[in-house]
Design a protein. Structure first.
Ligand code: FE2
Length: 240
């Protein structure tokens, strides 16, 4: 492991779980031994076991959004971590309408402190109204849920989806974060499990559009007919 990584206040571990190739992330704050689980789902025992093996206390559950495949392990993890709090954006809680134990509702830009680790909630609507990306600025890491995949992006045709919002969300990520930012997606749909923002700007077709109408048409009517997973990079071309 490079020295620059080991100097960070946190580590991110990915578990690929369930029939939809979900990534569940465990953010470990090194100094305090606290852990935050992002999108606890599918095999909560594996999540709890990982924390136990690492000697961690799960103190927080962070939700990128409320779709079933990202949240179906909440109750079981809370049984083992009864003091943990559940964090999500307020617009997602409003959209979801679910009953949560100890929810802590946030707005875009809010920051959560996990020991020495700062985690910032970015409001990134498009897949759902209150989708969030989680930014860890100390190491330029971004956990993207179903907003941004490696060489892809989340569907916008489900309830609460909005391709126009997705266009603006992806533009804001492209222009607002360092290009070396490491992307940790919510599903393992690509030829590799993570990438950098620079790789996405170059190879993610959804990052290539400058015209809103063309983006919307591609997302809603073309993409699923013309591409299949595992996603690979797509060269930029004229006309977008
Ligand atoms: Fe989703």
């Amino acid at each position: 492991m490079p020295e620059s990584v080991s100097a960070l206040p946190y580590r991110i571990r990915a578990l690929e779980l369930g029939p939809m190739e979900n990534f569940v992330y465990v953010i470990e704050d090194v100094s305090s031994g606290r852990a935050a689980v992002v999108d606890p789902a599918w095999e909560p025992e594996a999540i709890v076991r990982l924390a136990e093996q690492r000697g961690l206390e799960i103190t927080d559950l962070l939700l990128t959004h409320s779709h079933h495949d990202h949240i179906n392990g909440i109750e079981r993890v809370l049984e083992d971590a009864p003091n943990a709090r559940v964090h999500l954006l307020k617009p997602e809680a409003d959209f979801w309408g679910g009953t949560l134990t100890r929810p802590q509702l946030h707005h875009g830009g809010d920051q959560l402190v996990l020991g020495d680790t700062e985690i910032r909630f970015l409001h990134t609507p498009g897949h759902t109204p209150g989708s969030a990306c989680l930014h860890l600025p100390a190491g330029d890491d971004l956990i993207t849920g179903d907003t941004l995949f490696v060489f892809g992006c989340g569907r916008c045709d489900l309830a609460g989806g909005d391709p126009e919002q997705m266009f603006h969300t992806l533009r804001d990520l492209r222009t607002g974060l360092p290009r070396q930012t490491r992307i940790h997606p919510g599903h393992n749909y690509a030829e590799k499990p993570s990438s950098t923002l620079e790789e996405e700007v170059q190879g993610n077709p959804f990052m290539h559009f400058r015209d809103l109408g063309r983006f919307v048409h591609y997302r809603m009517h073309e993409h699923d007919r013309t591409r299949s997973s595992p996603y690979g990079p797509v060269p930029p071309h004229e006309g977008h």
